[in-house]
Design a binder for this molecule. Structure first.
Ligand SMILES: NC(=O)C1=CN([C@@H]2O[C@H](COP(=O)(O)OP(=O)(O)OC[C@H]3O[C@@H](n4cnc5c(N)ncnc54)[C@H](O)[C@@H]3O)[C@@H](O)[C@H]2O)C=CC1
Ligand SMILES: O=C(CO)COP(=O)(O)O
Length: 350
């Protein structure tokens, strides 16, 4: 057992943690853990970024105004990052998640280690419709059988970097694993709740990005608060319907990984999904929106998966369908809005 001190000068038990993915979210989560007194290795595939983090303690492409903790060590060597780690936290966009989880499985089977595995990815896999924890489980199953922990909730990296108060959920079928992650992250500005509903946490996380694109588009078109509130509320109804059809607990959708994350993403200029929607609403072509963002816009691919799932499972998701029509079929946003508003009246509770 190794003891150390956190930024508050409190004596704590120090854990070794590997964070895989040094984008905006992975690098700030790693920084929180170092502030909490843990020994953290941050893995990135990009050697220049690793050098910048180790020499200058910056990650200018993602959070240009932040100086990271000097104790945060970056590496391109995944085996070195996960050596002796009690937690491996994967923070990779959905598209690259399976590849990184596969690499992790090889590293873990070579070392024989069995750390707790967590992820903070928000999306669904194209074609297979798998949730992030299902993808990871499939890749690492031969080496690790513990419940994967989903870290999710309303949490923009920009706010965490300035120690704004943040509350998130650690969801897992393995209560001990969820509590372990909770204990590692909790501090005076970062609060973590546990939940056993992995399905609900992951559907809430993935689908809110789609609604955030719609919310940004409304603002870009010049609509105001009533329109946004309607979109968020009816968007949440769709998210809940699809999630519940897969066995999610409906209560999860009124929690941090549901309405909490939906509100922050659908109302914040820090959200890449909201900003993408805003620019689309202002008439910017989609290819320019994507090229100029320089960071992942998960909702643009999730909307395709959600559209296909809604059709397959006969779940009513009219807002998601409308956003799909704009993004994938080039339909006019004003026209899809008019179509949405003039649909036949229905009951709110269904
Ligand atoms: N940025 C934020 O505030 C939050 C992001 N998230 C989620 O976290 C996930 C990661 O997002 P960000 O860090 O914001 O993305 P980002 O676009 O800022 O960075 C992604 C990082 O992953 C790396 N990467 C991508 N594909 C890879 C692959 N195949 N192999 C190795 N590395 C790869 C990139 O090089 C980059 O360093 C997303 O699912 C996002 O929805 C969740 C909560 C907050
Ligand atoms: O998930 C997030 C906040 O909780 C980040 O959202 P964006 O990817 O839209 O920036």
């Amino acid at each position: 057992m190794v003891f150390g001190f956190n930024n508050q000068g409190e004596k704590i038990m120090t854990e070794k943690v590997a964070v895989l993915g040094a984008g905006s979210w992975g690098s700030i989560l790693a920084n929180v853990l170092v502030e909490n007194g843990h020994q953290v290795k941050l893995w990135s595939r990009n050697a220049d970024q690793v050098q910048e983090m180790n020499q200058d303690h910056t990650n200018h492409r993602y959070l240009p105004n932040l100086t990271y903790q000097a104790g945060l060590e970056a590496t391109t060597d995944m085996a070195a990052a996960v050596k002796d780690a009690s937690l491996v936290l994967i923070v990779i966009p959905t598209k690259g998640l399976r590849e990184v989880a596969h690499h992790l499985a090889q590293v873990l089977s070579a070392s024989g280690a069995g750390p707790v595995i967590a992820h903070a990815t928000k999306g669904l896999e194209q074609g297979s419709y798998k949730r992030p924890s299902e993808m990871i489980q499939e890749e690492i199953a031969p080496t690790n059988r513990q419940g994967i922990v989903v870290l999710s909730g309303p949490s923009h990296a920009e706010d965490v970097s300035i120690h704004d108060m943040t509350a998130v959920t650690a969801a897992s079928s393995d209560e001990q694993a969820a509590k372990f992650v909770q204990g590692l992250f909790m501090n005076h500005y970062f609060r973590v709740y546990t939940n056993d509903d992995v399905i609900g946490a992951e559907f809430g996380a993935a689908l809110k990005n789609v609604i955030a694109i719609g919310s940004g588009a409304l603002t870009g078109l010049g609509y105001h608060d009533n329109a946004r509130a309607a979109l968020i509320t009816r968007g949440l109804a769709e998210i809940r319907r699809l999630g519940v059809s897969f066995g999610a607990n409906p209560m999860t959708f009124i929690g941090l990984s549901g309405v909490g994350d939906l509100v922050v993403t659908a109302t914040s200029k820090n959200s890449r999904n909201w900003r993408a929607g805003y620019q689309l609403g202002q008439g910017k072509p989609l290819d320019r929106v994507v090229a100029e963002m320089g960071m992942v816009i998960e909702g643009l691919s999730t909307v395709k998966v959600a559209h296909e799932l809604a059709q397959k499972r006969q779940v009513k998701m009219p807002i998601t369908e409308a956003i799909y029509e704009v993004v994938y079929n080039g339909q006019d946003i004003q026209q899809v809005l008019a179509d949405l508003m003039t649909r036949e009246g229905t009951s709110e509770v269904e």
